[in-house]
Design a protein around this ligand. Structure first.
Ligand SMILES: Nc1ccn([C@@H]2O[C@H](COP(=O)(O)OP(=O)(O)OP(=O)(O)O)[C@@H](O)[C@H]2O)c(=O)n1
Ligand SMILES: C[C@](O)(CO)[C@H](O)COP(=O)(O)O
Length: 382
């Protein structure tokens, strides 16, 4: 009978990142728009072959982990990677397989997870590796012996193990000796460890210059999209426009607070990630959005972009109306939108125009708004 597998991923994130430097340990520094640890967490948590994810972080860093990735089980780590893995393993129950992954390797292709898990059907362990591309040599100021590359590999993570094999390897390990990874510990105890194809995307961030290389690997691509919206002006309604309340003899009517400017902006942002439009996410037929503050629609769109590791570079809004005059409110709108999108005000443009008394805007029957958003998001293969 085939054993029912329960696979837990363990992200080790308790290092201090001494070689990388920086004001926070490297796994919390931003890579491709979000904390490094958030990238691989997302890949592991979303993978259908993984049942749960546990994070091992430095003492007192639980909140940093949760700020970076949300609600997740966090265990306090140790002084070395090996100790951190051991402490993480002690917090896992009912797993038959475990994947140990470095938080410092942010980009984790699903293909690699698949290959590691598949190899565990026949071996105690499986690790992703890449061949060595350069000549290898010893040296001490002067060139010493050249070392053959034949049969040498660069070892990456995630490293997958049958739980029993990894627990036994840790239990048997002589604590006076360190081990840079778990695969060598399982092998030392006689376990078979399969080599599967690694990936250049999995390169570890170790030194300061590796951050720029990681950003480049994420290959952020620029996307621009447009949003447009119209709402009717009616007596007896409040006028919410650009996220602020404006005193006026009429207000915009709609299912939500009808902030036409924020709606156009929301649609522009959703457009950059091809995520449908505002009605897809907040259907007007749903009573929970009656009278809703449109700020939450805008923030939802911004969060979707952030979840993809994207960055909002610039938003540009044009409001079309005869009245009220927008000029006196422009600075407040810019400040509010910048605040909602966590942008500096110089990345938010608010413009206005009349339509020369022509059309529905010219007759004061409604207000139209048009927005353009420019973002950078991790590229996807064409
Ligand atoms: N005591 C430790 C040391 C390392 N790690 C984790 O192991 C992974 C690989 O280690 P490395 O790149 O060496 O990270 P650091 O130990 O933080 O780096 P440094 O050696 O430069 O301090 C990282 O995700 C790191 O957070 C850990 O969980 N606990
Ligand atoms: C686990 C590891 O990432 C596999 O290559 C590596 O051994 C970590 O080594 P480090 O010297 O602690 O960076």
């Amino acid at each position: 009978m085939t054993e029912v597998q329960r696979t837990v991923a363990l992200i080790v994130a308790a290092g201090i990142g001494a070689r990388a430097g920086g004001s926070v340990p490297k796994q919390f520094a931003r890579v491709a728009g979000k904390p490094m640890i958030a990238h691989s967490y997302r890949a592991l948590a979303a993978h259908p072959g993984i049942d749960a994810v546990v994070v091992v972080a430095g003492v007192g860093q639980q909140q940093m982990v949760r700020d970076a990735i949300g609600d997740v089980t966090v265990v306090a780590g140790g002084a070395t990677r090996r100790e951190s893995v051991a402490l993480g393993l002690a917090a896992i129950s009912n797993a038959t397989r475990v994947l140990v992954h470095d938080a410092a390797r942010p980009f984790l292709p699903a293909r690699v997870i698949d290959a590691v898990l598949a190899a565990l059907d026949t071996q105690d362990g499986a690790i992703p590796v890449l061949p060595v591309a350069d000549t290898l040599a010893r040296g001490d100021g002067l060139l010493g012996d050249t070392v053959t590359r034949d049969g040498l590999y660069r070892v990456q993570t995630p490293q997958g193990f049958r739980m029993a094999a990894l627990l036994a390897a840790h239990a048997a390990w002589d604590a006076s000796e360190d081990a840079t990874d778990d695969a060598q510990m399982v092998r030392r105890l006689g376990g078979g460890v399969a080599l599967v194809q690694g990936d250049p995307m999995l390169e570890k961030v170790t030194h300061p210059e590796d951050f720029a290389a990681a950003d480049a690997r994420a290959a952020l691509e620029t996307r621009t999209a447009l949003g447009f919206d119209v709402h009717r002006l009616e007596v007896g309604e409040e006028l919410w426009l650009g996220g602020i309340l404006i005193p006026h003899d009429k207000g915009l009517s709609g299912h939500s607070d009808a902030d036409v400017a924020l709606h156009a902006l929301t649609d522009a942002l959703l457009g950059t990630i091809a995520a449908g439009d505002i009605g897809t996410h907040f259907p007007p037929s749903d009573p929970q959005w009656k009278g809703a503050d449109s700020a939450q629609f805008l923030q939802h769109a911004a969060n979707l972009i952030a979840d993809k590791g994207g960055l909002i570079d610039f938003v540009d809004l044009t409001i079309m109306c005869e009245a009220p005059k927008i000029g006196p409110h422009r600075a407040a709108m810019v400040a509010r939108i910048a605040d909602l999108l966590a942008l500096t005000p110089d990345r938010v443009s608010v413009k206005a125009t009349t339509t020369e008394r022509l059309g529905f805007t010219g007759r004061g029957e409604g207000i139209a708004a048009q927005a353009v958003a420019t973002v950078r998001v991790p590229g996807t293969p064409r």
